[in-house]
Design a protein around this ligand. Sequence first.
Ligand code: HAM
Length: 444
Amino acid sequence: MAEAKYRTPKGTNDVLPEDHQYYTYIKKAVRHRCRQAGFKRIETPTFEKREIFERGIGEHTDIVEKELFLVSSHHSEEGSEEYALRPELTASICRSYIEQGMKQLPQPVELYSIGSCFRHDRPQKGRYREFHQFDLEVIGLTDASLDAQIIHVANKIFADLRIRDRLTMQINNVGTADNRKEYIAALKDFFIGKERNLPELDRKRLDTNPIRLLDSKEEDTQILLKNAPTLDQFIDEDSKAYHKTVLEYLDELGAEYVENPSLVRGLDYYNQTVFEYWDIDTGGKNAVGGGGRYDSLIELLGGQPTPGLGFAGGMERTIWHMKQAGVQAPHKDQIDIFVAQLGPKAKKKCLSLISELRDQGVHTLGALGEASLKSQMRLADKFGAKYTLLLGQMEVKTGTIILRDMALGKQEEIKFEDAVKKVVKLLGPENLDTYTLNDHFEEK
Ligand code: HAM
């Protein structure tokens, strides 16, 4: 590794085969739970007009102000840096809802997406510049039961991945835009004359996005906030009633939650319900997932007023928790059979044997090189093959093949035409890697 001339860009990772097993496992759980709940999969481009994110997520959020990856092109006739890599999936999906006329479909439209997102943050543990989200959106209807249901689906996904008990689900209601406007005015009032006591970052926030002070990690800010007006004093009666209903529905579903009046989220488009999945020990620092209602976002992006609600989980943080919990992602990457051969005739004959074994769902490697049978056997061992099939010049003549059990070190001569049947029997039909076309298309 030390001599590598090129390395992954800062804050990005190679997803190596060992980790891919986790990604595949998570995607399976997400697909399964989404399908059960009537969600359909959507994929949007990895980059969009930067304006979509700036308007949608909010110009004074960290994500837009500091973390947007701008895409510049030397060849662009439309001017450079007009596009940005997506920092999340919600704004893109809402853009698609408007552009593709999804308003004509029965509402709500339930969509899910899995893909990479980009935020130019300072890389650290659990915080990457390229990361992956699984994202669920419910667009076109406001009903507290939808809020409870999407949380329930997210709960099930985390439970399927066996990490739900490592997390708490924090929930709050941030009211309407007007509620927050009034609150922000009161908060600014409160801080008049106290600005100097705020750490620099929060002093800036007081100007640009004061509500973010609530979840500031700075101790000084939190001390000052103890005497500040609180958001819940400004939430109107309708929002309070809505929140109460969401909680009642969650109770009905047996979904656990922690009411957190300081939870405000890092994106501006939310109103009413917001929620986040926190590490039970370390809290909000590296949330594993989060979401909420965004009833003005579609209008903000130029569509008809249309309510929406969604959730996104972070794959890397989910995987971290799975590993901490000792959850092994099952994998199917083992090599079952290694086919070793000697001589050009044997090599030729092996090719269709290998192909047929693979078609039967046997993971097969072989017909590699011209080395001696002995060194091919060593290679088979290194690949961890369970059995080796050996075809030398003699066997070609007699229509036989040698089958060797690598663990036991025992071998027997069998008829060449019986080889596939015999191997399938030895491995057991339940261990064969067969697929239906449907599954194949969905695997990604
Ligand atoms: P978010 O809270 O910004 O929400 O991100 C959701 C999840 O993405 C986080 O909880 C975390 O697991 C993961 N994540 C975010 N940034 C990073 C990073 N730099 N490195 C690793 N993982 C990260 C949203 O993105 C909203 N679009 C969620 C939503 C959907 N709201 C409504 N619909």
